[in-house]
Every structure is written in C-alpha cells, then in structure tokens.
Design a protein around this ligand. Structure first.
Ligand code: SF4
Ligand code: MG
Length: 334
C-alpha cells in the first residue's frame, strides 16, 4: 500500500506558561492508504496536539516549529490557509471525543452536512438531500429522512457521534483523524461506533489515524501501532507484534499493569508516576523516572531508534548494541 501521510520530525510547541511546552517533539510517522494507525498514549503525551498539527487546527497558543507533514507527497505546512480549507473535510476529516464541540446546536443535522457538501462540491438541492440521506443511512441513523431535520440536542450520545462521522465522511476523505472517538460513550455504543468505523473503512479504503489511550480499541481497530510518550514516539510496529512482543519498557508496563484477564480489553492502567511536564528539558530517556529498567546511563543519554524486527522499532537503550553502548558511555564508566 502506498503512503498517504508522512510526518517527519514534527515539532509543535505551546506558548502557555513561562516556558514553551514541547507538546510534539520530533515525531515521525507514516500512514498508508486504507490502514488504521493507532497513536496510543496517556493523556498529556501530545497525541491530540499531533492530530491538530496534522489538521493545522492548533489553538492560538500552538505553533509548528519545524518538520514536514506530507499528504500524498505535498507538504501541507507550506500551503496557504485557503488551500488548507479545501483539504480539510475533503482529503482529511477529523472527529473528536466530544461531538458537541463539532456539532452546531442551532443548525439541523441536515443543514450541517449540507454546509460541508456546499463547501466542497457543487450539488443541486435534490442531489445534496439524497447524499445527506445516504450518509446518515450509512452511519446507521434510524429514520434518517425524519431525523435529518432534527437538532443535535435531540440526539443521544451515540447518535451524535454517528452524525459527526457522517459529517466527516461527507467529503469522502482519504484520511479520518479520530481523536478518542469513543471515549465519551458507554461500552455497548462504543463497540457499535468502532464497528461502524471499521465497516466504512473497508467500504471506502479510507485511512484512519486513531488517537486513543485504550488498549482494547487498539486491539480491535489498528493495523499499525505507535506508542507515544512525553511528546515522542517510543515504539512502532504492527498490532500483532505489539500485542505479542511489546518491546519498550513503557509498552510492557502498560500491559503488565492490567489485570491478567482483561489485558487486551481495557483502557491503559495506571503506571506509578506521571508523564513528565513537556516544558522541561530532557537530558536522557523521558521515561527514565518511571522505568523498571532505568540506569544512570538512561538518565543521561537520549535513546536512539533501534529496528528489532521487520516493521518493529523501539527507542530504548536496552536495545543498544555493544558497540553503541561503549561509544556512548563516558570513558570513566568503561
Ligand atoms: Fe527504560 Fe532506559 Fe529504556 Fe528509557 S532507555 S525505557 S529508562 S531502559
Ligand atoms: Mg487528547
């Protein structure tokens, strides 16, 4: 499958407090056409800022400092905002945890989908109405021909999320960025919405960047998994490798801290300590304060990427070769 989205050395900072917060710090990833790429991590690790950088929808305090974000080979960071408006909703769409943030309370569902259609296509009224109905049917809204004229407050949580997905699909995007799309829903509805996303993906060969803190969602949905910690990716591999041989100590601790029976079906369990402040400067491994394997060396040296198998890379000193270890170790310690 060819590459749809390629993010290279992305650095996004937030100017909020006294010192800049490096929310995304040198992140690289590739998403292929039609695949689901899960970005997994605890809250505050920079997942949402990665998504908003890709959409170029950062808050006013946010700034992309460097890096490239190529969509079908074009660096969208170089495009004027007017071109970006043509891409958003058409080539890339986004759905959020909280549909109310995206749905307009004073427009009917049909009117809102129509806005997207009007922005991207020239459809006559009849064709637009048919398309709206088709989209609402596709996302499983019952009595769509009636309900399309209702307002979002008349919809349940699950139905709102379906309506938001319909809006996101209106432009036939090649990439859907889904930030914790089911976190606000109860378990049954969550399973239905995930099913729906999977079905749509298969029908339309759409790629999904799935942002989640939930191992269960990753195991259900992902083809590829990237584990994010403190602004950077620390492990990247296929779902199969990730669940059978998690390699980074952080990934392993995530699994180990889950109750045995529920291992693959739970939100991330708590690992003692917290994600470090991203306003801080790091001298070594960012996970060192919480890692079961940390050594003094880890605190002082930034780990580099190691490819440990086909399609499996990890950023941790445990995988340093002897030569690298000797090279990086201060003479006094050899
Ligand atoms: Fe743990 Fe050291 Fe690996 Fe960091 S580099 S994850 S501290 S073993
Ligand atoms: Mg978030």
């Amino acid at each position: 499958m060819s590459v749809l989205l390629e993010v290279d050395h992305l650095k996004t900072i937030l100017h909020t407090g006294d010192s800049p917060v490096r929310a995304v710090d040198g992140l690289s990833l590739k998403i292929r056409k039609g695949e689901t790429f899960a970005l997994l991590g605890e809250s505050g690790c920079g997942k949402s800022m990665t998504a908003l950088s890709i959409m170029r929808l950062l808050p006013d305090s946010g700034e992309i400092q460097s890096g490239t974000i190529k969509l079908n080979g074009t660096d969208i960071l170089q495009l004027p905002e007017a071109s970006m408006r043509q891409i958003r909703g058409k080539l890339i769409s986004m759905i959020f945890q909280e549909p109310m943030l995206n749905l307009n309370p004073v427009m009917t569902i049909a009117e809102q989908i129509n806005e997207v259609l009007r922005h991207h296509f020239k459809l006559d009224k009849k064709t637009a109405q048919n398309r709206i109905l088709e989209l609402l049917n596709q996302v499983g809204i019952p009595d769509a021909s009636q309900r399309m004229h209702e307002y979002s407050f008349q919809f349940s949580g699950g139905m709102k999320q379906r309506a938001m997905i319909a809006m996101a699909l209106a432009g036939n995007p090649e990439l859907l960025v889904a930030d914790e799309p089911t976190t606000a829903l109860d378990v049954t509805i969550q399973a239905q919405v995930l099913d729906l996303m999977r079905q749509i993906q298969q029908q339309q060969q759409m790629a999904i960047l799935l942002i989640t803190h939930d191992l269960g969602v990753v195991s259900e949905m992902a083809h590829q998994v990237a584990v994010m910690y403190a602004g950077e990716i620390v492990e990247q591999t296929s779902r199969e490798n990730f669940f059978s041989q998690p390699a980074h100590p952080y990934s392993r601790q995530l699994f180990a801290s889950l109750p045995e029976k529920q291992k693959r079906d739970q939100a991330l369990a708590v690992i003692s300590g917290t994600v470090p402040s991203l306003a801080r400067k790091f001298t070594g491994c960012r996970f060192a304060d919480r890692c079961n394997h940390a050594t003094a060396y880890c605190h002082e040296h930034v780990p580099q990427w190691h490819t440990i198998a086909a399609n499996h890379k990890v950023r941790c000193h445990l995988y340093d070769t002897a030569a690298e270890w000797v090279e990086k170790k201060p003479m006094s310690e050899i």
